[in-house]
Write a new protein. Structure first.
Length: 202
């Protein structure tokens, strides 16, 4: 059963240096309700976190040290609406509150843009926003993750259409796999299925 704590696997497909890299991050909707320190330890594979926003978790001065954030932050341009774009650009101009980003300065693209209850962007609109807002950041040294579509045929179809309408103008550095399954073996099968479809598109 999924709770507030969700682990996300970012599967890097297009980076030639990714063969020996494990990219595991913590999806964190909790803000300061609970500390992230519970996910640290000598055996943890977690090195980063994201919040579905361009805003990092910043402990207030009154909190004890256990609330210090132990992981690097990955900003997210969640959707394609003007308010989400402006929110992201404001955070970018503010250097994401000067927190520590991942060594390669990853940024995540749109969150399940194929779903009405999530980012809900058409492939055409997503391509436009990607090319105007995210693609230029690569020249500033950021690594940009693809839109994270939902699992299933609709998500794959959306991603394929997005690459078509991008017409070569969208070049994500890695593909974000956003798939929820009930058990680990099935999850890995889901990821295999999704990444195979994306490789065929690329």
């Amino acid at each position: 059963m999924l709770t507030h704590f969700v682990l996300t696997l970012l599967s890097t497909l297009t980076d030639a240096h990714a063969a020996n890299r494990t990219a595991a991050g913590l999806a964190w909707p909790n803000q300061l309700w609970v500390p992230m320190a519970g996910f640290t330890g000598p055996s943890t594979s977690i090195s980063s976190y994201y919040t579905w926003t361009p805003h990092p978790v910043i402990p207030t001065p009154d909190l004890p040290p256990i609330y210090n954030v132990p992981f690097d932050f990955i900003p997210n341009l969640w959707g394609c609406t003007d308010d989400k774009i402006n929110e992201f650009n404001d955070a970018l101009r503010g250097n994401f509150s000067n927190v520590k980003l991942t060594p390669s300065r990853e940024i995540l693209g749109f969150n399940e843009p194929d779903l009405p209850g999530q980012a809900n962007c058409s492939p055409e609109r997503a391509a436009e926003v990607w090319q105007s807002t995210l693609e230029p950041l690569k020249k500033q040294g950021y690594r940009i993750g693809s839109p994270a579509v939902s699992g299933g045929p609709a998500g794959k179809a959306w991603m394929q259409r997005w690459f078509e309408v991008c017409d070569g103008g969208c070049d994500p550095d890695f593909v974000a796999v956003h798939w929820v399954c009930s058990a680990f073996p099935r999850t890995m099968g889901c990821i295999d299925n999704s990444t195979t479809s994306t490789r065929e598109t690329l």
